[in-house]
Design a protein around this ligand. Sequence first.
Ligand SMILES: [Zn+2]
Length: 475
Amino acid sequence: MLPQRTDLLITKTHLISMDSAVGDLPHADILVRDGRIIEIGPHATDRVPGDVQLVDGTGTVTLPGFVDTHWHLWNSLLRGMVGDRPGNDYFTVKRALAPHFEVADFYWAARFGLAEAISGGITTVHNFDHNVRGPHDADANIQAHLDSGLRGRFSYGFPDSAEPGTTNDLHDLADLRTRWPENRLDGRLDFGIAVRGPYRTPPRVYEREWETARSLGLPITMHCDRCLREDDCRGCGLVRLEELGLMGEDLQLIHVVHADEQDIRALARTGTRVSLSPMTELRTMGFPKITELLEAGVQVSLSLDTLAMPTSADVLGHLRTIISVEAARTGSGVITPRRMLELATIDGARDLGLQEVTGSLIPGKRADFVLLRSSDINLVPSGDPVEALVYTGQIDNIDTVIADGRILKRHGRLRSFGGEQDPVTVAAARRDALVRRAAAEGNRNGPAAASIAPFDGTQSRSPTPANAQSPGGPI
Ligand SMILES: [Zn+2]
């Protein structure tokens, strides 16, 4: 059960606000009422009545909650199923199991993924759902998001392996706000549309989808990963998308790893957002072009993509990896630890249009923040706290996670989980049942059931070339 919001006073924490006016405060108090930050300062305790819960922040650093701008929560159940053995790449396993999901699988997959998000200090998640087979599937994802306590966006997509000539269910998309009016969303969730777009569908499909999204005022998200299907891909063709009128501030493009100079200029010119998923890009696509995109002024944010690939919610570990890769790739120092933290917080909020709500810590914003123990062995002796976190911080340092005024993790442990409603336990059981069902139904659409069994250490592992799976249509 979701914990109640609590009026809170966090005391004596080292605040990294990610706001230029507030800056960093070495001995800050943070007062929270009704899920909103009321006051930040060194002596907020002097003016606080005794009805708030005190959280002693001594020996901690406080950051805004991380913002993840592209995550396929539904396939969180596939963690451990994908590996390096032939036939066990992400796309093959996903295609094989996607048709066998039941509605409850979608709910628990999302709960499981969002529990990991909480564990890693991520308080806002954009759920890019690319296996919507009907309204109930979408509703299960939405309900799971609300039950998790986190903020975010649900982007309504299409069934996995959908035929290129079919459009998303635009009728149900239009019905979403009727079914989920604002008073059911707790002020924490909004909606968008996830499309396959011009790379994978004909004009009559994507034109209708764009037209519907814009008439409904919904933001659009789309993978830009031609590199997965084209050998020697050297560009994204974004100038053509701009000519078609598809680009703009309401469009989020994902990956764009092979963007050339013209592509990048088109992104900057149109205000199109870019979500980079460095861990999955490095694994299957190529180098994320963070330096070039930032130098051009493109709105960039970061994302996990999927728990099915070799990734986890260890955001600080990801930031450290990106800095090192960029140093090796470009030799440039454009990417600093503080800039990386901005990408993971306030720039993520900007991508989702939530910059007035979350992403930095200032009075008036919602209380989404993370306390990390700065006295843990990997963070001492301490120099600059921002550099320490990004260069040596890890998920284990996260002591407390507060989302919309609710304490969801405390003393390093997730709250409110246990028993029959524990997302980890339930997701594991649902994953096993999913595999059994796929095997029993003959697994007509994919590899033999044996090849999608969880890795148990007895199978031989041989590295699969990054793009060997070369998926044709589905993503
Ligand atoms: Zn993706």
